[in-house]
Design a binder for this molecule. Structure first.
Ligand SMILES: *Cc1c(COP(=O)(O)O)cnc(C)c1O
Length: 463
């Protein structure tokens, strides 16, 4: 090829920037102090002390001009807001579920479905746990059992569908406790705790067939369903020419119902919902939502929030949008790869997960390597990520000991449509700098531990 000739065209974001929010970086001394004041927990940092915020993509997305315009059309009636009907129409159309109840965010829907379907003593198999999902299942009296494929626990495995359910593990559980003790299988994709790894449509069909045979329901945490649909399109035979909307619809057709945190795929700042094809479950949820959230036509949301969600659904299924979203993560991962930084492969859908066990091999898991690494990256550059390891895993409800997960990760998550490639470049430089200094880094001890979801409010000191 001639010198200077372009080999392959790049993609670029399918939008331009209309409004900006200034950000600034504190100096090193101020960052040291901010980290100490926050108990070395990135959840306890003040947002204004953060330069590039990769804590989460939950509710931190940039809405489009079309979504903002919709906010002005909020119908704030107590009952029967027209925005509710707009949202209901799009939930039916894109997720193909006939019944729908809005909630103020995803965990409110998790709370309701766990209470409706679970009896104390039940078991809930799932493709790895998600923090709030598992907690609501446990609070309803169930024991969560991880039935994800083994590769999901191996950061270096490049299997394309590490979010798949292992049918043998599922069958083993059914044989041990009996299908009657399993009200539903809880499936999510891409699986956050496994590094944003998708399940395949083939695996979903197999799980559905198995569940039908055993008379076990199948429910879907569809919070990141469009990201999963994108990976199916990219990686699974027979889907390359299908649209994201077609794949999403096919995925949803295999479930009895779904719960969704709209703060992710739908690119809004707040919102969630429950949707199902089971009328009885719907009626119970509609009764319950009045107690916990608000009337069934607003579920804890303002009319304007529901309008932004309705419009977000139409945008999330656009191919260019989801390709740019996942393309950013790929760019980030490919840059880190050049410097041999250890992270979970293949590159996931919403975040890069640094492998803290490999990054800081001299720090034992009891001294919280991922918590330590997240704090060190913040101190280096003001970039905020979060721990996904022993702190997030919490304690075993029976023994009271720490749960020591195989994966000890720092998650760096990109909000949708918020940061540019230059933000990614300075983040990479910071991680490389910390990697070069890694031998000098010491672990942490926990000095305050809340009872539930301790990663949010736990405090630490340097050893
Ligand atoms: C964010 C999230 C939830 C919880 O939703 P909230 O809106 O934060 O309450 C549940 N499941 C998955 C997969 C999520 O990403």
């Amino acid at each position: 090829m001639a010198k200077g000739k372009i080999k392959k065209r790049s993609w670029a974001e399918p939008f331009k920037i209309k409004v900006v929010e200034p950000i600034k970086m504190l100096n090193k001394q101020q960052r040291e102090k901010a980290a100490k004041d926050a108990g070395y927990n990135t959840f306890l940092l003040k947002s204004e002390h953060v330069y590039i915020d990769l804590l989460t993509d939950s509710g931190t997305n940039a809405m489009s001009d079309n979504q903002w315009a919709g906010m002005m059309l909020g119908d704030e009636a107590y009952a029967g807001s027209k925005n509710f009907y707009n949202l209901e129409k799009n939930v039916k159309k894109y997720y193909s579920m006939p019944y729908f109840v809005p909630t103020h965010q995803g965990r409110a829907a998790e709370h309701m479905i766990s209470k409706i379907l679970i009896k104390p003593g039940d078991y809930i198999p799932g493709n790895m746990y998600f923090t709030t999902t598992r907690l609501h299942q446990e609070l309803a009296g169930a024991t969560f059992v991880d039935v994800i494929v083994d590769e999901a626990h191996i950061p270096s495995s490049k299997a394309p569908f590490k979010g798949n359910i292992d049918l043998q593990k599922l069958d083993k559980l059914v044989n041990e406790v009996g299908a009657k003790k399993i009200p539903y299988v809880s499936m999510a994709g891409p699986v956050n705790m496994a590094g944003g790894q998708p399940f395949s449509m083939q695996n979903l069909r197999d799980v559905r067939d198995y569940c039908q045979k055993q008379k076990i329901k199948l429910w879907f945490d569809a919070t990141r369903a469009t990201e999963n649909a994108y990976f199916i399109k990219e990686r699974e035979n027979g889907y390359e020419n299908k649209t994201i909307a077609q794949i999403l619809k096919e995925m949803c057709s295999h479930f009895e119902g779904i719960w969704v945190s709209a703060k992710k795929d739908l690119m809004v700042n707040i919102g969630g919902f429950l949707a199902t094809r089971n009328k009885k479950v719907f009626e119970e949820a509609r009764n319950m939502v009045v107690v916990y959230e608000g009337l069934h036509t607003y579920g804890g949301l303002a009319g304007r929030d529901m309008e932004a969600m309705a419009r977000g659904i139409e945008e999330m299924v656009q191919y260019d949008n989801i390709r740019a979203r996942i393309g950013q993560i790929e760019y980030f991962g490919n840059r880190l790869e050049k410097f041999n930084i250890p992270f979970v492969k293949p590159i996931g859908g919403h975040a890069i997960f640094l492998d803290a066990k490999k990054f800081l091999p001299h720090i034992p898991q009891s001294e919280f390597p991922a918590q330590t690494l997240a704090a060190e990256i913040y101190i280096d550059s003001g970039v905020r990520g979060m721990e996904r390891g022993v702190v997030s895993a919490g304690r075993d409800p029976e023994t009271g000991d720490h749960r020591y997960p195989k994966l000890e990760l720092v998650r760096l998550t990109f909000p949708r449509r918020v940061y540019t490639q230059a933000h990614i470049d300075v983040t990479v430089e910071s991680i490389v700098e910390v990697f070069e200094q890694r031998k000098k880094i010491k672990g942490l001890k926990m000095v305050y531990e809340p009872k539930y979801l301790r990663f949010f409010q736990g405090r630490f000191e340097r050893l």
